[in-house]
Write a protein that binds this ligand. Structure first.
Ligand code: F3S
Length: 757
């Protein structure tokens, strides 16, 4: 009985009513199995089960669920390889609504206009590629200057009760509109775009009950700063943080988004709020009244059941919650405002504030901007300007245009502030900071989310603190971290003392939002004839050539490329930093393959023996040598191989340079799945002690592949230099579908061949 309502004004062909109908049907099946009250997180997650009938009753923290997300969002850095892989699947269009957002590749230096123009030149080929692929394959493309992925999603795509995956850690921002929005790696995005079900371990649910009401200097940001202090950077791992309770009423929708956004800092799978009238207000203000009506009508599935139980419960009384400042160097080192000056003194942190930064995907709502501007106006009235550098990165063109129209940008400018491009900029180190030489200890405070060493400006001596935009603004007006705006005074132009009144602002613009410039490119109505732009001589982009299918034979006499000693994270396998610019070029980025891993033979990084020449060389060069000489190779590793990020390059690179198997004591789960998807053998020693039996000059054969089957071990014959051969049993976790990927050469090959069949 639902009316037909698109999921977004930009996507008239989609139907939110279908999403809600499926959710309802799934939940009646799951409820019959579980027979207990459900949390909101469970309702949304289980409401998106691919096959609710066929799946066993979900157990939080234990079962693996196959889900059908409603949409995919990708930012420009991660979208490159994901899109290249999607293209290689040979599908005509993405299976679910997908958008691409150009925000990470824009560096901040000389203000919005100049910085955007420079980024458009520097990254032209990447933007052209993403725009052309978007047009062809049905993906909405948000041009550079449109804003930051999570803000654009909140303004245009987030839906109460929806399930979204995004290739960025702060995807949970959409939880502010009651969505389960999860940050993933490119490989997961490719699966969903290609129409595969998406796997997630049933999350645990941490309840945060809010009571009371925000007041004076306290803002939504302080809720998450407090929660981060309680749970620490690991405390949310494997869990969805579900806020509830009467205190939710005092939070704006964008404030809830801020809280969810920064849930990434406690390692949470995502964070979310129950649907309420504050969300409806925001939907109405962003031209989505029909979605609000539909959500109002389906309220029961968008709020938690009475009496539902959480795996952990935290209570926060907003009446007594103080503003917080977290840092330096970690987002969970929480200081209440009243104790902060003392902490600065005691720890010897630089008290002078060099730069205050507001905005980013975390805190650039209209409300944030008006509340900050209310403080600046008070200062200007007293003839006071910023004592620190003050920069603002608006989250979207819509926010920028609206705050320009409403005089907020000029207020900041009058006090000496600068508004940078609608992009990530200083939040991700895209900041050519010139006020402090590298290596000089100094303090900055931001309303962003992450503050790890060097993140913002590449200077390990920069002490970065995180606080609400209002506090950042107050600190920047005082020029000092020891200033407590709730109790201390500033001096006006005549030297008289005055106190800032607590910030105030509008949750939503009274005159409505000004959409600003048109920065959206819709997909073409018919994309099949369109070409994707990749230059043959590009160093940053390379179309992928499908990997060869398995030839039906055992892998005989493979060279051991490297036996890794100790930790082998995705960073050891595919380093970040300067290599990021090659994310869209598999051959070029493969020159970082395993260069961080320690060779068990000589305890050195990037120095392995070439079994054919006997000489020592870099790992990628040696792998290339083997490949050129038709020699397959394997890697041997220790425990928890591939932990860290979900970067799919860590599996693509070994496959590209001729690797056939990775044999380890144990895998990090995502790394194992990624290897399987690329057609590699991800195998474990049945007896972990067998790791010690492998020597650098061994040749390894993997036999029994023609009987490769679920639950059936494989065997390695390890040939020593003296000709002796030892046999080792190898276990694996391949299921029948995954064995199909291996045989086809990769999961995408399998999709392509199924399509052709
Ligand atoms: Fe961008 Fe920083 Fe957010 S990098 S997506 S503004 S966390």
């Amino acid at each position: 009985a639902f009316a037909s309502t698109p999921m977004s004004p930009w996507e008239p062909h989609t139907a939110l009513d279908k999403v809600y109908e499926k959710m309802d049907a799934n939940l009646s099946i799951v409820r019959a199995k579980l027979n207990r009250p459900l949390t909101l997180a469970e309702k949304v997650v289980y409401g998106h089960l691919d096959d609710a009938h066929g799946s066993p009753a979900p157990v939080r923290g234990k079962s693996y669920l196959k889900l059908r997300p409603d949409r995919v969002a990708m930012q420009d850095a991660t979208a490159q390889m994901a899109t290249l892989q999607f293209i290689s699947a040979g599908l005509p269009t993405t299976a679910v609504p997908t958008t691409i957002h150009c925000d990470h590749l824009i560096a901040a230096q000389n203000g919005a206009v100049a910085d955007l123009a420079k980024a458009n030149v520097d990254n032209k080929e990447v933007f052209d590629f993403l725009a052309s692929a978007g047009a062809k394959y049905g993906m909405g493309f948000w041009k550079p200057g449109s804003g930051i992925i999570h803000q654009i999603v909140l303004e245009n795509y987030a839906i109460p009760g929806g399930l979204m995956i995004g290739t960025d850690s702060h995807t949970p921002n959409a939880g502010g509109l009651g969505m389960v929005a999860i940050g993933v790696g490119g490989a997961d995005a490719v699966d969903v775009m290609a129409g595969l079900a998406w796997e997630l371990k049933a999350p645990k649910v941490i309840g945060v009950k809010l009571t009371g009401k925000l007041n004076e200097w306290t803002s939504p940001k302080d809720v998450i700063l407090k929660v981060a202090g309680i749970l620490t950077v690991k405390g949310g791992t494997g869990a969805i943080v579900e806020y509830h309770g009467p205190g939710v009423e005092s939070l704006s929708c964008t404030g809830m988004a801020t809280i969810c956004n920064m849930g990434a800092e406690i390692g949470a799978t995502t964070s979310m709020f129950p649907y309420n009238h504050r969300m409806a207000d925001y939907l109405n203000a962003t031209s989505r009244s029909a979605i609000a009506s539909l959500a109002n009508a389906t309220m029961g599935n968008l709020t938690p059941d009475e009496g539902c139980e959480y795996d952990q419960l935290i209570e926060i009384d907003l009446n007594t919650l103080e503003p917080h400042i977290n840092g330096p160097f970690t987002p969970d080192l929480a200081h209440p405002l009243s104790k902060f000056a003392e902490a600065v003194e005691k720890n010897g942190w630089p008290a002078e504030l060099k730069v205050g930064l507001i905005g980013s995907c975390t805190n650039s709502s209209y409300e944030d901007m008006t509340r900050s501007a209310s403080l600046v106006r008070q200062a200007l009235d007293k003839g006071v300007k910023f004592q620190s550098v003050f920069d603002c990165t608006p989250g979207s063109e819509q926010v920028r245009a609206t705050i320009e129209r409403d005089g907020i940008i000029s207020t900041f400018a009058d006090a000496g502030g600068i508004v940078l491009a609608n992009a990530c900029g200083p939040c991700i180190g895209q900041w050519n900071r010139e006020d402090v030489p590298k290596g000089t200890p100094n303090s900055i405070v931001t309303s962003f989310n992450r503050n790890f060493t060097s993140r913002n400006d590449g200077n390990p001596k920069t002490h970065a603190f995180v606080a609400s935009p209002e506090l950042v603004t107050a600190f920047a007006l005082a020029g000092s971290l020891k200033f407590n705006p709730a109790t201390d005074t500033l001096k006006d132009k005549d030297g008289n003392e005055f106190k800032l009144k607590a910030p105030y602002g509008d949750e939503l613009p009274q005159k409505g939002f000004d959409p600003g410039m048109d920065t959206y490119q819709p997909p073409a109505a018919e994309g099949s004839a369109l070409k994707v732009h990749v230059a043959d001589d590009s160093t940053r982009l390379q179309l992928l050539t499908p990997f060869k299918p398995w030839d039906g034979k055992d892998y005989e006499d493979c060279a051991l490329l490297i036996k890794v000693l100790g930790k082998c994270t995705t960073d050891h396998i595919s380093m970040a930093g300067p290599w990021l610019k090659y994310r869209g070029h598999l051959d070029n980025i493969s020159n970082n393959m395993y260069i961080g891993a320690i060779n068990a033979e000589n305890k050195e990084a990037n120095k392995v023996k070439n079994q054919l020449t006997g000489e020592y060389g870099g790992v990628p060069d040696t792998a290339r040598y083997y490949k050129a000489h038709g020699v397959k190779w394997v890697v041997v590793g220790d425990d928890n191989y591939g932990e860290g990020s979900s970067r799919e390059h860590a599996a693509l690179e070994p496959r590209h340079l001729g690797g056939v198997a990775v044999i380890v004591k144990s895998f990090a789960r995502i790394a194992e799945t990624n290897l399987k998807k690329q057609g590699m053998l991800a195998l474990t020693f049945a007896d972990p002690m067998d790791y010690d039996k492998i020597s650098p000059s061994d040749k390894i054969s993997i036999v029994g592949l023609s009987e490769f089957a679920e639950g059936k071990p494989l065997t390695a014959h390890v040939k020593k230099t003296d000709g002796t051969v030892i046999s080792i049993q190898l276990t694996h976790s391949y299921n029948t579908e995954q064995i199909g990927w291996f045989k086809a050469g990769s999961a995408l090959n399998k999709i392509r061949s199924d399509l052709a069949a």
